[in-house]
Design a binder for this molecule. Structure first.
Ligand code: MN
Length: 319
């Protein structure tokens, strides 16, 4: 997916300070992306990372008879991994390496941009008429951010089970159970379901900072009710999370976590970098047709980069 930022300048995003548990709610912002209504949860105006997770868009649930609710033309990325995770429907990924993969519920599309890749994401011509999911970005740490680009598609992800609880491990590890997706920093992303009416305990790594977002149903985390379209930041220092499902439906939530990232990243458009010069070079390369290659399988024009205006970035923007 593409970061349709309204701001021409870069945003500095720092992680939490690792000072222990918190319970802070960040409300999503409603936006549109190529005609698709999305809720942008990260980056938030508080500008924080959760581990390496630096971007979270949620979309749907929606039903459609015709057309393509998702049609994001070819655009470039640097310095990050993208994770596409669907609750319903289909998204077709095509990239400049020549990879093409259909994301469906339960499958992971994981793209590592490294030094540069371009991709498109669209509703395929044969579809269910439904769409619901999230797209996430994980920032690559400095030592890995110039790796060669790659794409992975995984089905059959590991499922952690505890009384009244199941959690599909999307990326990283949960209680020692590891996703086959390649991760570049200590991280976890999981899709957690608690049976209707049940209380359950989810094991966490106390060295990680964590956050959760409600996907379906209703319930509470650590005694606090979960609001729709909001990210609940949990801080570090938790070895277990107490979850309760309310009402007649299971509670389903997205768990994000990771070791405090320890680096401040600069985010602009679809780039995660460290300096304004890197962003300017990546933008120039995209506009000039260098570095990123071509998404040959996509029918249609690619996205143009917006104008880039470097501006002073505040030294610390911890929320
Ligand atoms: Mn993208």
């Amino acid at each position: 997916m593409s970061h349709a930022s309204s701001s021409p300048g870069p945003e500095a995003c720092a992680g939490g300070d690792g000072a222990g548990p918190v319970l802070e709610t960040i409300a999503a912002r409603a936006m549109t992306l190529g005609g698709l209504a999305i809720r942008r949860v990260l980056p938030a105006p508080g500008r924080r990372l959760v581990g390496a997770w630096c971007f979270l868009d949620a979309f749907g649930p929606l039903s459609f008879d015709d057309g393509r609710p998702m049609d994001v033309p070819p655009h470039p990325h640097i310095g990050l991994q993208t994770v596409s995770w669907l609750l319903d429907g289909e998204v077709l990924h095509k990239d400049s390496l020549g990879c093409e993969a259909l994301a469906r519920p339960g499958t992971l599309n994981l793209m590592t941009s490294g030094r540069g890749i371009a991709h498109s994401e669209e509703t395929p011509s044969r579809h269910s008429g439904r769409l619901e999911g999230v797209q996430l970005w994980a920032a690559l740490p400095s030592a890995s951010r110039h790796v060669e680009p790659s794409f992975e598609h995984h089905a059959g992800l590991p499922v952690f089970e505890a009384p009244s609880l199941r959690a599909t491990v999307i990326l990283g590890a949960l209680d020692g159970l590891r996703s086959p997706g390649r991760a570049f920093s200590p991280i976890v992303g999981a899709d957690v379901t608690v049976e209707a009416g049940a209380h359950a305990a989810l094991p966490l790594d106390p060295a990680f900072e964590h956050a959760v977002m409600l996907l379906r149903g209703a319930g509470s985390v650590d005694g606090a009710s979960l609001r729709p379209d909001a990210l609940v930041c949990l801080g570090t220092g938790r070895s277990e999370l107490s979850l309760a499902a309310k009402g007649d439906s299971p509670l389903r939530l997205l768990l994000l976590g990771g070791a405090p990232f320890g680096e401040t990243v600069l985010m602009w458009w679809n780039f995660v970098a460290r300096t304004a010069d890197e962003i300017r070079e990546a933008r120039d390369d995209w506009q000039a047709g260098r570095r990123f290659g071509e998404v040959k399988a996509y029918r249609g024009a690619r996205l143009d980069a917006p104008p880039f205006v470097a501006r002073p970035v505040p030294p610390s923007t911890k929320a």
